[in-house]
Write a protein that binds this ligand. Sequence first.
Ligand SMILES: [Zn+2]
Ligand SMILES: [Zn+2]
Length: 174
Amino acid sequence: MQFHVQETMSKGIKAKIDENLDVSALFKDRSDVISSGPLHVSLQVTGNEGSITVEGELTIDWELACSRCLDPVKLHTTIPVFDQFKPASDEDDEETEEVKDDDVIAVTGDRLDLKPYVEEVLQLFMPFAPLCSKDCKGLCQNCGQNLNEQKCGCSTEKIDPRMAVLKDLFKDEQ
Ligand SMILES: [Zn+2]
Ligand SMILES: [Zn+2]
């Protein structure tokens, strides 16, 4: 997944990436990622005059913890990719920072390595708050019972914290 920047641009190289990437190490410290991958990388890399276009998609099958009850949720995620890479010019370094084009990713050095790039894209587009089902009842805040499996004996009476504040406010006036 590495490209020689100048050569890819000057020769107008077109290359297809179609490979599986082991990404389990990326998530080894995250308890909400139960199993992951491999990440399937399917990209077209095209050298243009002055830039390199990368487009295609990333797909992954993984198991994430339900954000309410922590049960494993099997997900198939597809992430569309479209980005332009450009060699970082010297002026980019300091003074012209504000005029940088946000749509273009600057490449420092002569090699474009797409591995860290796809790893970053994957982490950025990770499903936020996955659910095992849209009406997952979650865990009891009090005893930790999974309420999808059975009810617990805890009192369901809850004081809305906003109401509790109001109660305090009015206490002095009585
Ligand atoms: Zn759940
Ligand atoms: Zn309970």
